[in-house]
Design a protein around this ligand. Structure first.
Ligand SMILES: [Zn+2]
Length: 250
């Protein structure tokens, strides 16, 4: 889809679920914006998504060194770790988010301790505040609750806007119920989600890209998915590597 002079592309689709017996699943959304001389990623995923991200960028004719900007909604590992792939990029994150992240106790949270410590030292680090244009035409807003310095990004397009909500609203169920599965304060998360709804309702056709779900638009005030869910697991339950069993997660 074209946003004035940007093109939006969901490179990896987020998944709204958790592993039952293996801890966090962390399948998060990675979005690509191209235009105005910029190649920008909004969130960059975790280790498990690293090879896939490189492959999918290559399929679009891009090498990691061509990425000019990485915008992080928040510091959690499943959204942030792959910033280290982008050697030439400006890495932008909320100032408050980064300050908080580096003080989190080691070994206790989803904050990748060493990655945020290194990020502080990155020569092309950009510390964002509410109202900053993270890219031309794309503004950062505070949306705390999931983490204290979580940002959402709103792109003003010619035909419609795009809101990147990260984990301030991870999925459709959170948006509809105004409750969050992971929050340090449900009231703070609720206020952020109400803010998202307000931004979402401002212009018809505005696309919402959540941190862990398929993008949506509003239709008669209700979210409607745009695009098919893409998620599956292939398992070796047989006696050789050729025998696989596919589990569709739809
Ligand atoms: Zn998160």
């Amino acid at each position: 889809m074209d946003q004035e002079d940007y093109t939006l592309d969901i490179v990896v689709q987020g998944f709204p679920g958790k592993a039952v017996c293996h801890g966090g699943l962390g399948w998060s959304t990675i979005a690509l914006l191209r235009g105005r001389g910029r190649v920008a990623l909004i969130d960059v995923g975790s280790f498990g998504q690293r090879g896939l991200l490189i492959e999918r960028l290559a399929a679009r004719g891009l090498r990691p060194a061509q990425v000019t900007d990485v915008l992080l909604t928040h510091s959690h590992f499943d959204h942030s770790i792959n910033w280290v792939l982008f050697s030439r990029a400006i890495i932008a994150i909320g100032a408050e988010e980064l300050d908080w992240s580096v003080t989190e106790p080691w070994g206790e949270t989803p904050v990748p301790e060493l990655y945020v410590r290194e990020l502080q030292l990155w020569p092309r680090l950009r510390r964002l505040h509410e109202g900053d244009a993270a890219l031309p035409g794309l503004v950062a807003y505070d949306a705390p609750g999931h983490t204290p310095g979580h940002l959402i990004f709103v792109l003003s397009g010619r035909e419609h806007d795009v809101i990147f909500t990260g984990d301030a609203a991870k999925n459709r169920a959170e948006l509809l119920s105004l409750t969050a599965d992971m929050t340090y304060d449900p009231k703070v998360s609720r206020a952020s989600m109400e803010r998202i709804w307000e931004l979402w309702g401002r212009r018809p056709g505005t696309v919402l890209v959540p941190g862990h779900d398929v993008p949506m638009v509003l239709e008669d005030g209700r979210p409607r998915y745009i695009g098919e869910r893409e998620a599956a697991i292939s398992a070796w339950f047989g006696e050789d590597l050729e025998s696989t069993r596919l589990f569709q997660l739809r």
